[in-house]
Ligand binder design. Structure first.
Ligand SMILES: N[C@@H](CCC(=O)N[C@@H](CS)C(=O)NCC(=O)O)C(=O)O
Length: 204
């Protein structure tokens, strides 16, 4: 049986959310681990924009946005507009502040306090939701948790001590629960770079 093929990069938060959704859905795919500076031609032919993740379905359909891969895997997209909006706000706004925070020398636009103040607007939103429930939209880990947590992990890891001492107790607990989650650990297992002729890696 032909499996869908997922071009992925272990440390990419967009790829992480896609792998988590695929794992949660109980779907099997062929995993092709990509090195971003040497993207395989096979992937670029499918998706010339050159970002991971990219999913190729056996019928030839290409899904090249992580949100759409999540939706494909989980059978439905965010169950409420609020959930959808929170993910989109992550991708369209928070991610920019995260990049500024993570790579200050690359952007060099704003000082750290200003960047943190802006990133904090989004983190406060998450904190407010998590004050009410263990997860972002209730007491079970849902679409938004999977979609957003990889980005918060990246944020936390820029300066983990600062994050763990920050004023977001519920966000910290949610982050810690995420990184300890066995599904998260399993999607972070290392795989060699994909190349023709290598044994096929089936995920999960
Ligand atoms: N909107 C895309 C964004 C994906 C994205 O930007 N992925 C990054 C890696 S985390 C990438 O492939 N960047 C290309 C590069 O660095 O060459 C999605 O949601 O899938």
């Amino acid at each position: 049986m032909k499996l869908p093929i997922l071009y992925s990069f272990r440390r990419c938060p967009y790829a992480m959310r896609s792998r988590l959704a695929i794992l949660k859905a109980g779907i099997k795919v062929e995993l092709r681990e990509v090195v971003l500076r040497e993207k395989p031609l096979e992937m670029l032919r499918l998706s010339p924009k050159g970002t991971v993740p990219v999913l190729l379905l056996p019928d030839g359909t290409v899904i090249e946005e992580s949100y759409d891969i999540m939706t494909w895997a989980l059978g439905s997209s965010a169950s409420s507009l609020k959930e959808h909006d929170l993910i989109k706000l992550c991708d369209l706004n928070f991610k920019n502040w995260l990049d500024q925070y993570k790579y200050p020398n690359k952007f060099n636009n704003y000082n750290r306090d200003f960047v943190l103040e802006n990133a904090g607007i989004y983190l406060n939103l998450l904190e407010n939701n998590l004050e009410k429930n263990k997860f972002l939209f209730g007491n079970i880990r849902g679409f938004a948790d999977i979609g957003i947590a990889p980005f918060i992990r990246q944020f936390a890891h820029v300066d983990i001590n600062w994050f763990l001492n920050s004023d977001w107790p519920n966000l910290i607990a949610w982050y810690q629960d995420f990184v300890e989650w066995k599904s998260f650990k399993s999607i972070m297992v290392k795989h060699p770079k994909w190349a023709h002729g290598q044994p096929m890696v089936i995920f999960p």
